[in-house]
Ligand binder design. Structure first.
Ligand code: AMP
Length: 443
């Protein structure tokens, strides 16, 4: 009798540890997610859709259209995954989570209504104001005439933003009121981004250090991930145009415990409660972009998903089983789960194609990846690579995220740069000053 019971338990365990996980997305974030999911004892198979040259080495890649919900639903129906993780913002904003849940799939990510925190900056700003969560002054305008009226309430520099998703290109920092009006005209007419904006935000310019505060949430409880700091500008010393992110580092030192507690209590928890109270509970990763200003932390923006490249650095420090943690979010059990972190540091340095964030050429062979991977503590996550003629080639503006974990930030950075020195492709560019702000603050 006892033997029989043990047999049943073993079979249950076998079933539990036999999961197929589908990851939607094609960037470095999704490669890092595939790497972390692969390490879970619960997982038998990882499928990346569409994935890239790097994720294809550790998972099966299948084509999908991330801009088409039906394409993603058909894929899920064909693959029958036990868990789907949605990486990028576009499918979330289109409601892929709602569509998959309606068909009975288990999905990690917010519904379309909850993802509005990212997909409409006007919604996010009004939400912050409704719930008394600290953020800069703003005006949401639906015409150029409204912008001209609102602009008198702002001092230069003035921030002008597209309301909708713009892949990091929708923010213009204007040195004068005149320039702000011009920028708003450019957004409304479609000249600036190529898409006609229905709403434009005018914002107070906030000054300070930026911190990405990412939390897991099951809609009721909040568990912060390790803190991370991105480097958005293309040039060293934070100069030149904004990019999707040129590098990240993560150490616990970057956020003192009292400040972390303050952000949790006054920003993260009220945001999650606020969404629940508005019948749009947020389940997934709530990424809170903060500016640490002289008047305290202020919310710059929300993202409704894991950041890229923050995820690469953060997951390198996670000791918990990622799949267990994501399942706890889906099942509303986050309060029973403790996240375990490696106490050291990690850093991710992005190698990009010459010309990025402007136009660039694709298809250059990438070499030296084996030697780079032999540097202790290093993982090379691919952001934009593909396999052509049996060879890995560049296929995006951001190509690789060379990521290292170590006991200290200095060592993590040294390892990442040592690995980068092994890698070649034509026009390779990377910032050599990732982590400079943290290193400068050291005694
Ligand atoms: P967002 O997509 O809203 O995070 O904006 C992208 C980047 O623009 C941020 O990471 C900041 O560096 C900058 N930014 C956005 N809003 C402001 C603001 N109100 N004041 C100063 N910088 C801003």
């Amino acid at each position: 009798m006892l033997e029989l019971a043990v047999g049943i338990l073993d079979r249950e365990k076998e079933w539990e540890n036999n999961m197929k996980v589908l990851i939607l997305g094609s960037g470095g974030r999704e490669h890092a997610l595939a790497w972390a999911v692969n390490r879970s004892e619960k997982v038998r198979e990882v499928v990346c859709a569409p994935g890239n040259g790097g994720s294809g080495q550790i998972a099966r890649c299948v084509p999908v259209d991330l801009g088409n919900v039906e394409s993603m639903v058909s894929l899920a129906e064909a693959e029958r995954p036990d868990l789907t993780i949605v990486g990028p913002e576009l499918p979330l904003s289109l409601g892929v989570v709602d569509a998959l849940q309606e068909r009975g799939f288990r999905v990690f990510g917010p519904t379309r209504a909850a993802a509005m925190l990212e997909s409409s900056k006007g919604f996010a700003k009004r939400f912050l104001q409704r719930h008394g969560i600290p953020t800069g002054n703003y005006a949401v305008c639906t015409s150029a005439a409204e912008v001209e009226k609102a602009i008198d309430f702002f001092h230069a520099p003035i921030v002008v933003k597209a309301d909708g998703l713009a892949a990091g290109k929708g923010v213009i920092i204007c040195p004068s009121r005149h320039a702000a009006i011009e920028a708003a005209h450019g957004l409304f007419s479609g000249k600036l981004l190529g898409t006609v904006e229905q709403q434009v935000l005018i914002e107070e310019f906030l000054e300070g250090d930026e911190i990405s505060f990412l939390c897991l949430t099951d809609g009721k409880h909040v568990a912060p991930l390790a803190p991370a700091q991105d480097h958005k500008r293309i040039g060293e010393g934070d100069t030149g145009p904004n990019t999707g992110g040129m590098g990240v580092y993560s150490t616990d030192e970057m956020l003192d415990p009292a400040m972390k507690e303050w952000i949790l209590r006054h920003i993260a928890v009220p945001s999650v409660y606020g969404m629940a109270s508005e019948d749009a509970p947020f389940v997934g990763v709530l990424y809170i972009g903060l500016m640490m200003t002289a008047r305290g932390p202020q919310v710059l923006e929300f993202n409704a998903r894991f950041g890229d490249p923050e995820t690469q650095a953060i997951l390198m420090r996670m000791d918990s089983d990622l799949v267990e943690v994501l399942e706890a979010c889906i099942d509303g059990r986050l309060a029973e789960t403790t996240l375990r972190w490696n106490p050291g540091a990690s850093a991710c340095v992005v190698a990009s194609s010459a010309g990025y964030p402007g136009s660039y050429t694709k298809g250059f062979p990438i070499t030296g990846l084996e030697a780079a991977a032999r540097v202790p503590g290093v993982e090379v996550f691919h952001s934009g690579s593909a396999v052509a003629g049996g060879q890995l080639v560049t296929a995006g503006g951001r190509v690789l995220g060379v990521t290292a974990a170590a006991a200290s930030l200095e060592e993590a950075l040294a390892r990442a740069y040592q690995a980068l020195a092994e890698i070649q492709f034509e026009g390779i560019y990377y910032r050599r000053d990732i982590g400079h702000r943290a290193l400068r603050k050291r005694p």
